[in-house]
Design a protein around this ligand. Structure first.
Ligand code: NAD
Ligand code: IPM
Ligand code: MN
Length: 352
């Protein structure tokens, strides 16, 4: 069972260390680990954010455990050299088009939600974010118009097969949960969204048991804080999914809690090949202070065990240990507590 560890920048290595402690404690026979540089760290050492060796290690692995990339000192580099390109290229090169971002309220954490506890208590949703298309990967540039003005543009598009394959993932996820699917778009303004909606409706014919609804993204942002309990599975494009998942994290209590799995169609010997990462970034504002919450990273490891290695029992054990630590009041600064990164990791270990 091959795992690639790409810790990256900022708090990436700090939270990765805690996830690896958990992996070690599980004592799973036959795990092979490989580490590689990625992001700003890789740029500084090798002159590029995703060196070919790192891509090779990611291709070799059954599951990639990814920390975070992003370094303020790299923000004015040419775009193709910036740390963020590493994660975008990995998603593209491995055809990881389905990004699962679950957000569920942990018992005992209701008071930490940005929402009222009685509203927050109801949260149990899964955002299925398309990850290989949209305005992220279209033609983009800053150009100079004939009259001398600079213009920035990013081409937004979805081809029907790209929508269909993510719709199938979302419908199947809904079948395994509450059988409700809400497709979020902006079809009242965008043609890209109109096609999205048409294809989702076509795909729905194959899933008669799933109750399908559609919502404009502005309303979805509002409904997510008004009544998040109404959502079961949400399927949406790359950009809207990026934004709504950060928002969902604060409904649950902290961005330091939300894990994600990025999957494609490649199967490994044990499951589906995937990349697993917290939804948050490298948090440069707290990097090096020991304040980062490693729970999202640890929960990403649990998703890797489940989806790529077929180790459901171990995945559930890790998730239960995180939930128990939270229930027992183990909280980092992001949750109003004072446990440091390693302390939170140790508390999870103690409950495994
Ligand atoms: P961010 O998610 O890194 O941080 C936003 C805020 O949340 C910060 O105040 C940070 O301290 C806090 N935070 C994030 N994770 C936390 C954790 N585990 N524990 C406690 N607090 C946490 O977003 P940003 O500040 O907009 O971006 C910083 C850098 O990260 C940028 O370069 C950005 O491009 C990059 N980024 C990378 C990824 C990724 O690697 N997948 C995701 C998002 C942003
Ligand atoms: C995320 C991040 C990335 C994204 C960035 C770092 C490219 O925000 O994983 O949510 O926008 O997809
Ligand atoms: Mn994001």
């Amino acid at each position: 069972m091959k795992i690639a560890c790409l810790a990256g920048d900022g708090i990436g290595p700090e939270i990765m260390a805690e996830a690896l402690k958990v992996l070690d404690a599980l004592d799973i026979a036959g795990i092979e680990l490989a580490h590689a540089d990625v992001g700003g760290t890789a740029y500084k050492k090798h002159g590029q954010p995703l060196p070919p060796e790192t891509l090779e290690v990611a291709k070799w692995a059954d599951g990639v455990l990814f920390g975070a990339v992003g370094d303020p000192s790299c923000d004015s580099l040419e775009r193709h050299l910036r740390p963020e390109q590493a994660i975008l290229r990995l998603r593209q090169a491995l055809t990881l088009f389905a990004n699962l971002r679950p957000a569920t309220m942990f018992p005992g954490l209701e008071d930490m939600s940005a929402l009222r506890p009685e509203v927050a208590r109801e949260i149990d949703l899964l955002i299925v974010r398309e990850l290989n298309g949209d305005v992220y990967f279209g033609e983009k540039a800053i150009r100079t118009l004939d009259d001398g003005r600079r213009q920035g543009f990013d081409f937004m598009s979805y081809a029907e097969d790209e929508v269909r394959r993510i719709a199938h993932v979302a419908f199947r996820a809904a079948m395994g949960r509450g059988k409700k699917l809400c497709s979020v778009d902006k079809a009242n303004v965008l043609e890209t969204s109109q096609l999205w909606r048409d294809v989702v409706v076509e795909t729905a014919k194959e899933y008669p048991e799933v109750e399908l609804s559609h919502m404009y993204v502005d309303n979805a942002a509002m409904q997510l804080v008004r009544n998040p309990g109404q959502f079961d599975v949400v399927v949406t494009g790359n950009l809207f999914g990026d934004i709504l998942s950060d928002q969902a994290s604060m409904c649950v209590g902290s961005i330091g809690l939300l894990a994600s799995a990025s999957l494609g169609e490649d199967q490994t010997e044990y499951g589906t090949k995937g990349l697993y990462e917290p939804i948050h970034g490298s948090a440069p504002d707290i990097a090096g202070t020991g304040k980062a919450n490693p729970m999202a990273m640890i929960l990403s490891l649990a998703m890797l065990l489940r989806h790529s290695l077929g180790l459901e029992e171990q995945a559930a054990r890790v998730e239960a240990a995180v939930a128990k630590a939270l229930e027992d009041g183990v909280k980092g600064a992001d949750l109003g507590g004072n446990s440091g990164t390693a302390e939170v990791g140790d508390a999870v270990l103690a409950r495994l």
